[in-house]
Design a protein. Structure first.
Length: 142
């Protein structure tokens, strides 16, 4: 079969359209007047887990929003560690976060960074603060 050269601009274009199912199941083409319906999940009343402590304790629970990145901010003059924990049984079992078997979400200095993306509606996050001195201001939010 001989190769066919591609000429641009051509006298035609291939049409492609994005459609989605309407409430009755019929296809609706996406257009400026009929945009693609998009939802990023429940975002109502996301309450940050925030405070300041000079004692060691576990703080939480924090309810993460599915599909949104959780940001941890630690600030202050302190020594010790702060570890992010996750539970899917109402806090009865709290496990430290890992990635490929390595520790994740463990800090010994001030930070402001993304720490977790959740996909389980039952999951709750906790902060395990173990201080040897000073006080730390913490905030877990999305």
């Amino acid at each position: 079969m001989p190769a066919s050269p591609i000429y641009s601009p051509s006298a035609y274009s291939v049409s492609r359209a994005v459609a989605y199912a309407d409430t009755d199941g019929s296809a609706l083409l996406v257009s400026a007047s009929n945009p693609l319906p998009v939802s990023v999940g429940a975002t109502a009343s996301v309450t940050p887990l925030a405070g300041n402590t000079s004692v060691s304790a576990v703080f939480g629970p924090y309810v993460p929003v599915i599909g949104r990145t959780t940001i941890l901010t630690l600030d202050g003059v302190w020594a010790g560690s702060v570890k992010l924990l996750r539970s899917t049984d109402g806090g009865a079992t709290k496990l430290p976060l890992t990635i490929a078997g390595a520790a994740w979400g463990q800090f010994s200095t001030n930070c402001c960074e993304p720490v977790w993306d959740e996909s389980d509606m039952a999951a709750r996050l906790y902060l395990d603060v173990a201080l040897t001195s000073g006080s730390v201001t913490y905030r877990l939010a999305q």
